[in-house]
Design a protein around this ligand. Structure first.
Ligand SMILES: NC(=O)c1ccc[n+]([C@@H]2O[C@H](COP(=O)([O-])OP(=O)(O)OC[C@H]3O[C@@H](n4cnc5c(N)ncnc54)[C@H](OP(=O)(O)O)[C@@H]3O)[C@@H](O)[C@H]2O)c1
Length: 326
């Protein structure tokens, strides 16, 4: 029988375990996907550890909001998808019942898109969440334009690296922030116009220097925490701060100085909207074809090693996406 990762209680990575479960036949409007690779996300870690703000059901909760594979069954009434199509899952509304950490998932046909040509399963598993978040926050939400100086925190995260490339794709100027000087060369190679290492320099001062004293037009922040007040000072007078994550979950002060506009972005705003999903997919396909977008895979684990994959995520040293192959 196919294997599924579940957990019966929240806690450390080793609450995750594998069980055998029968496949679910797709109902009207659904497709079943034989999963080939899974993207591991912070959201998964939050749910597993019991820090997820939304409701979910225990015991026997499933996990995973990102995956790619091949359609192996199509329910009645589905148009535009066929058995054998390689696809990416774009949203898993009930992750605890239908998470992607499994050999098969059955999902509404509207929550899958065609896998871009030329992308293998491992790279495709690293694409959707990171790049749709970077695109949605920067372009749809903050209105990023060519020439904008865009300051990106946790730049070596999967969202951060995607944001560098999304900014490059439209001709904006990505300024990367990391806590470690040792990561500077890697971030320059990844496309950053400049890198600010906060173990050596003050983020606001450095941002002013790299923007000729104008300050950043947009700050994309995945960190929050107490550093938010200083970070906000890096914005220019008409600038926008858009927060997407909370890698530092200590309380964050409301930034009194800096950006004129402060926005919060959650990708669910867009990934459940078919019109925006179409726009995101078109943008990503264009970027992949042009070679500007190149998903970064940090490390690949097998489904049997799902506990190790979560341990690696918790260490917080990764550069790009952790992928699990099935
Ligand atoms: N809004 C949404 O819809 C959405 C969607 C996806 C992800 N997210 C959020 O975006 C954030 C990034 O996700 P991800 O999966 O891309 O992250 P990730 O790949 O796990 O990020 C790892 C990197 O983040 C940096 N980092 C880790 N802990 C940090 C801390 N306490 N303070 C500062 N930097 C820290 C480290 O870079 P350095 O060592 O170089 O500093 C590390 O290499 C998460 O909070 C996630 O929940 C939000």
């Amino acid at each position: 029988m196919p294997r599924v990762v579940v957990f019966d209680e929240t806690g450390a990575p080793d609450v995750l375990h594998i069980v055998d479960e029968p496949v679910v036949e797709p109902a009207t409007g659904e497709v079943r996907i034989k999963i080939e690779a899974i993207g591991v996300n912070r959201l998964d870690q939050m749910m597993r550890a019991g820090h997820y703000p939304g409701p979910f059901r225990l015991p026997h909760a499933r996990l995973g909001c990102e995956g790619t594979g091949v359609i192996d069954a199509v329910g009645p009434g589905v148009e535009g998808h066929a058995v054998g199509d390689a696809v990416i899952v774009t949203a898993v509304p009930e992750m605890d019942l239908n998470g992607t950490y499994a050999e098969y998932v059955t999902v509404p046909a509207g929550t899958v898109i065609a896998r871009p040509a030329g992308l293998d399963a491992t790279a495709a598993a690293a694409l959707w969440v990171a790049y749709s978040t970077a695109y949605g926050a920067l372009i749809e939400k903050a209105g990023m334009r060519p020439g904008d100086h865009v300051l990106i925190t946790a730049a070596s995260s999967s969202v951060g690296l995607a944001a560098i490339q999304v900014a490059r794709q439209i001709g904006a100027v990505p300024l990367a922030v990391t806590r470690h000087t040792a990561k500077k060369d890697g971030l320059l190679a990844a496309g950053a116009a400049a890198v600010i290492a906060t173990d050596q320099e003050d983020v606001a001062e450095a941002a002013q220097r790299h923007t000729g004293g104008a300050g950043a037009d947009i700050i994309l922040d995945s960190v929050m925490g107490p550093g938010l007040a200083d970070l906000a000072k890096a914005a220019g007078p008409g600038g926008t701060l858009v927060t997407v994550g909370w890698l530092d979950n200590r309380p964050a002060p409301f930034p009194m100085a800096g950006p004129r506009t402060i926005l919060r972005y959650a990708s669910f705003e867009h990934t459940l909207n078919p019109t925006v999903v179409r726009r995101i997919a078109a943008f990503l396909n264009a970027g992949l074809r042009a070679g500007v977008l190149r998903p970064t895979v940090d490390k690949v684990f097998s489904l049997d090693d799902i506990v190790d994959a979560h341990r690696h995520l918790e260490e917080g040293h990764q550069v790009g996406k952790i992928v699990v192959t099935v």
